[in-house]
Structures are given as structure tokens and as C-alpha cells.
Design a protein around this ligand. Structure first.
Ligand code: PAF
Length: 280
């Protein structure tokens, strides 16, 4: 049975007590809802790791700047609960903003250099909001483990850094990006893509495939490969970035290696698309 909590800490606390009786470590899967297979893979992984699995569904306002898609971000609590429950969640919590950020709240996390590249350049508020909410969820739920998708690879690297910097007693697990059969990285925001624009959205995945192929064929020079990929980029798809970086410090790479990742972000009809992959 999956417990559903929609209230604040006074309703969450007895539900967490019930989970404690399972005598298993707590595994947290923080989400912003509108769950897809990518989220469900995280929930299953937490379950398979033997954790009492807590899923949070919270569209976190502090990671959106004014004018971004906070209001239009897809939401469906009933569906999220059903899917999370089928995937094996023991508890799904739908906190309200006033629970996570009560009156008087004023302390945030300020991530450093890792947050000032890639998505951090066009969304400077974003990783501070992510770190702040994830830290608060960690403090409230006190999980021993937490799962995040590698589609948001930069987010995972920054959260790993936060765990080290704050000596947080939690182990983070990254899970590979789950893709649609045609290769499109699963994302809650895909629900807002018009069907006739989907082919354009696939450009990111096509770039990744070309880069991997080129790497397999012996190409090692980042600049010339990027120039070729950029030359074929469709004008209708607003490119935010296309960069080769290493997976640990997210430094730009001139010479490609097997672990080098291609990072891509673009805007399509107001929908933000991101993707990344190692070259091998
Ligand atoms: O990856 C997400 O969905 C969000 O950034 C997260 C980690 C749930 C924080 O709001």
C-alpha cells in the first residue's frame, strides 16, 4: 500500500513513522511531478535497493525565474500518485509551497562555479532553487539515499557537490536517461510539445548520435565537430548551448575522450529541451 500525504509536516511525520517500522533505509525520489518512465525508473531503483521509498511531487517555485514556465508546468496529482504507487513508492508527498517555504523563510543555498555554466548561464536562479529545495527535502525526510536522473546531469553534479560541501549523510544515485522509442529524452515538459514539432525536438538526440558516431570513427577534436553539428542546427530551434565537457567538474573539453559528454539545450516554442550523453 502507498501512503498519500497532501498536508504539511504534521501529516507527513506520522506517515514517516509508519515507514520507519519497515526498518529499511529511506530512499528519496524528489520530482516535480507529471511523472514519466524516467521518474518511475528512479522509484523502481530505490525500491530494488531495499529502501522505504518516498516520492515528493513539488513544482518548486524558487527554481523558476519570473516569466518562465512555472504556471504552465504540467501537473496531475491523481495520475502521479497512481503511477508512483504502481512503481513501488511507499509514500508520495505533495507538499504545498507554504510548507516548504513557510512565512519568514529566508535562507537559501548558493551553489558555486558548477552552477555558472551550461544551464546556469541562461537560468542563473535555477540551481540555487534546486539546491535549496533538495536540501530542505533532505532535512525534512532524512533519507539515506536519493535518486536523480542523468538527463539533468549538471543538476546531479551540483547536488553531489552540495552533499560533500555540507557533509550531508545521504548517498546520491544517478540513473541513465530514459528515452522514447525514437530517442527523445523523456521529460515532463514534452507534454507541451506540439506533435508536429516533435521531429525538431529530436535534433538534440540526432546531434548526440552523430557525435557518438564521429567519436567512434576516431574524431577527437571538439571544435571541428561542434562546428559541423552547429552548421546543421535548424534555425527554428533556439540553441542555448552545445558543448563538450567532462563529467566531474563540467570543464570544457578540447580533446574528446570516452567519458566526455555532449551537453545540449534548446528552446522550442517556449519549451526548454535538454539532453546529454557520454561519447562512449
Ligand atoms: O529534477 C527535478 O525534477 C527538480 O529539479 C528537483 C530535483 C525535483 C528539484 O525540484
Amino acid at each position: 500500500m502507498t501512503l498519500r500525504v497532501a498536508g504539511g509536516l504534521s501529516s507527513l511525520s506520522p506517515a514517516l513513522d509508519i515507514l520507519r517500522h519497515m526498518e529499511r533505509p529511506f530512499g528519496l525520489v524528489p520530482t516535480m511531478g507529471y511523472l514519466h518512465e524516467g521518474h518511475l525508473a528512479l522509484i523502481r531503483a530505490a525500491r530494488e535497493a531495499g529502501c522505504a521509498t518516498v516520492v515528493t511531487v513539488f513544482v518548486n517555485p524558487t527554481q523558476f525565474a519570473p516569466g518562465e514556465d512555472f504556471a504552465s508546468y504540467p501537473r496531475d496529482e491523481k495520475r502521479d500518485f497512481r503511477l508512483a504507487s504502481h512503481a513501488g513508492a511507499d509514500l508520495v508527498w505533495f507538499p504545498k509551497a507554504e510548507v516548504i517555504y513557510p512565512a519568514g523563510w529566508q535562507t537559501s543555498v548558493l551553489p558555486g562555479a558548477l552552477a555558472k555554466r551550461l544551464c546556469g548561464l541562461s537560468r542563473p536562479h535555477f540551481f540555487g532553487g534546486v539546491c535549496s529545495v533538495v536540501l530542505r527535502l533532505f532535512q525534512i525526510i532524512q533519507p539515506q539515499h536519493a535518486w536523480f536522473g542523468e538527463k539533468d546531469f549538471q543538476q546531479l553534479v551540483i547536488l553531489r557537490r552540495m552533499v560533500v560541501d555540507f557533509f550531508l549523510p545521504v548517498t546520491l544515485h544517478g540513473m541513465p536517461t530514459v528515452r522514447e522509442p525514437d530517442g527523445l529524452a523523456m521529460s515532463s515538459r514534452n507534454a507541451r510539445l506540439a506533435p508536429e514539432r516533435r521531429d525538431l525536438a529530436l535534433t538534440l538526440w540526432r546531434c548526440i548520435c552523430r557525435a557518438r558516431q564521429a567519436y567512434g570513427a576516431g574524431r577527437r577534436d571538439a571544435a571541428t565537430l561542434l562546428a559541423e553539428l552547429r552548421a546543421d542546427w535548424p534555425a527554428e530551434l533556439g540553441l542555448d548551448y552545445m558543448e563538450f565537457r567532462d563529467p566531474k567538474e563540467l570543464e570544457l573539453q578540447e580533446k574528446l575522450g570516452p567519458k566526455t559528454r555532449l551537453f545540449l539545450a534548446a528552446w522550442l516554442d517556449g519549451v526548454r529541451l535538454i539532453d546529454n550523453s557520454p561519447l562512449e
